[in-house]
Design a protein around this ligand. Structure first.
Ligand code: IMP
Length: 179
């Protein structure tokens, strides 16, 4: 599987080290608060489990399933909820856990949707950030890695549902997705 990568951007060790750093920031920012981590399925699952275990404060966890409808990118940012939260988030501090923020359209939709449920606060924590691709202004409070505008896979990120189980993060070879 690793042979399908053009380049490894971050190794497993680098990823774990960085997640621990970000978890330290989150633990001190949210100590004494009522925090729920909301991971967006499926990509954020790997990040969520590592991050949650690296926190030194007790948190709730929940999952949101989404399907993005962007046929030919004609309607980018149109999202359907395929699995809603189990927890009622009213009055809670919500941290949305994402695998990647690219154009930001998915997150804009999710933030608006969660806001209607009257949480105490909402913030975003992403594993990787492609800030140069942003179309809408999204407040990303925590980001493990800033990455260039290339297609990346691994540590939850997929191409056609494959490669999520790679323990590192890498740039996928062009011939894989152009074939
Ligand atoms: P956006 O921020 O609304 O543009 O959408 C982000 C979504 O696009 C992510 O949840 C991924 O499913 C997908 N995506 C964007 N860039 C990549 C990438 O480099 N690798 C894998 N998926 C990506």
């Amino acid at each position: 599987m690793i042979e399908d990568l053009e380049k490894i951007l971050f190794t497993e060790e680098e990823i774990h080290r960085r997640i621990k750093e970000v978890a330290g920031e989150i633990s001190s920012d949210y100590r004494g608060r009522d925090l729920v981590l909301v991971a967006v399925l499926k990509g954020a699952v790997f990040f969520m489990t590592h991050l949650a275990q690296a926190l030194s404060i007790p948190v709730r966890i929940d999952f949101l399933g989404i399907e993005s409808f962007s046929p030919g990118r004609a309607l980018p940012g149109v999202v359907r909820i395929s699995k809603d939260l189990d927890i009622a988030i009213q009055g809670m501090d919500v941290l949305i856990i994402e695998d990647i923020v690219d154009m930001g359209l998915t997150l804009r939709y999710l933030l608006n949707m969660l806001q209607e449920r009257h949480p105490h606060s909402t913030a975003v924590c992403t594993f990787v950030n492609k800030a140069t691709r942003r179309l809408v202004d999204i407040p990303v409070k925590y980001s493990c890695f800033e990455i260039p505008d290339r297609f990346v896979v691994g540590f939850g990120l997929d191409y056609g549902q494959l490669y999520r189980n790679l323990t590192c993060l890498g740039i996928l070879k062009k011939e894989i997705y152009q074939s």
